[in-house]
Design a protein around this ligand. Structure first.
Ligand SMILES: [Zn+2]
Length: 344
């Protein structure tokens, strides 16, 4: 097992890893917004924001330029640890509408603790040559950010590759030529159902350097235990919002279940502060409650894993049980286990 725990120092305090950064759609229209969770979930003093989106929402950006703080805008405590990615996943066009310097300026202005470098995600459909160009450009953007970056915030180089060799080489190259506090592996969301490939890429990144590793976009309920097992330090997810939008109720160990399929049940099987005291009907009727429960579900999964470690339990047996209910993810875990054991 490659699971690891460490403490990262950030401007807003120590960050105990492994940890989830819930995606915060700060400033978006209210139906898409992330409800306040920091008060309710004490071990989630973290948030993932999109630097480019924040800069593009003019009224909000004006307020930030006028001295309002991002944490005020988000309604979260001042010591919330914020990871600001560049917003690379929106870049579907050929022309980049930001620069490493502009992104850095935004990240500094919003007082983020972890900066993700500007990156051009790969597409599964795109041809090899185009993806290769994107990989190289992302490397150049990361090096430009390294040159321009100063201060205590952590700089994570965003890395892409759809084969382990490329991921490994990119990280080693960046480690040699730039000054980075960690690495962030992207472009996995489009291939996430290919567990074998995804696992291999994460392993390649994990073993290419001892520095902290973030994985973009895969911190949902199903992947989270795999990421922990592979020793990923930080991860993010918006699945709790998206699932709620689809009226999906996340259940650790099972995944998402459609709310309308849950019939004849007065109370849900979850003891979180949202579901515990409420009827199924009440949770079903309120999307915000569903988002909050879903975030609790992610937190509970993480807490359970931490508990199994603290109690000295056999993690591989635990994960066998964990993934038993789903053939696809069970096979995925088995593959990960084989790959990890081969390293031993
Ligand atoms: Zn719940």
């Amino acid at each position: 097992m490659l699971y690891r725990q460490r403490t990262l120092e950030t401007p807003h305090g120590d960050l105990e890893t492994p940890v989830l950064f819930p995606v915060s759609n700060v400033g978006k229209r209210s139906s898409d917004n992330t409800p306040a969770y920091a008060d309710q979930i004490p071990d989630l003093r973290t948030a993932m924001v999109n630097a480019r989106a924040i800069r593009q929402r003019e009224p909000q950006w004006e307020r930030l330029l006028d001295g309002s703080s991002l944490r005020q805008e988000m309604g979260v405590p001042d010591d919330t640890i914020v990871f600001a990615d560049s917003g690379g996943f929106d870049f579907h066009t050929e022309t980049l509408d930001t620069t490493p310097e502009k992104t850095l300026e935004t990240q500094i202005r919003i007082d983020a603790d972890v900066f993700g470098t500007v990156d051009l995600p790969l597409s599964r459909e795109d041809r090899q040559a185009k993806n290769q160009r994107r990989i190289n450009e992302s490397i150049q953007y990361a090096l430009a950010a390294s040159d321009a970056h100063e201060g205590d915030s952590l700089l994570f180089a965003s890395v892409h590759g759809h084969d382990p060799e490329t991921v490994r080489n990119s990280i080693r190259y960046l480690d040699r030529h730039g000054d980075f506090d960690g690495f962030a592996l992207g472009s996995l969301v489009p291939i996430r159902t290919d567990y074998r490939k995804t696992t291999k890429l994460i392993l390649a990144a994990r073993l290419a350097t001892d520095k902290p590793l973030h994985v973009y976009g895969l911190g949902g309920l199903v992947y989270q235990p795999l990421l922990l097992y592979l020793g990923v330090d930080t991860f993010d997810s918006s699945s709790f919002i998206r699932s709620a939008g689809n009226r999906n109720y996340l259940i650790p160990g099972f995944g998402g279940r459609e709310m309308h399929r849950i019939e004849g049940l007065e109370y849900l099987p979850c003891p979180c502060p949202v579901c515990g005291p409420r009827t199924t009907e009440a949770v079903r009727a309120d999307r915000n409650l569903l988002v909050q429960h879903n975030l609790w579900a992610l937190t509970i999964e993480l807490r359970r894993f931490r508990y199994m470690i603290a109690a000295g339990e056999d993690i591989e047996s635990y994960l066998e049980l964990r993934f038993q209910g789903n053939d696809v993810t069970h096979r995925a875990y088995r593959m990960a286990k084989q790959q990890v054991r081969r390293l031993a």
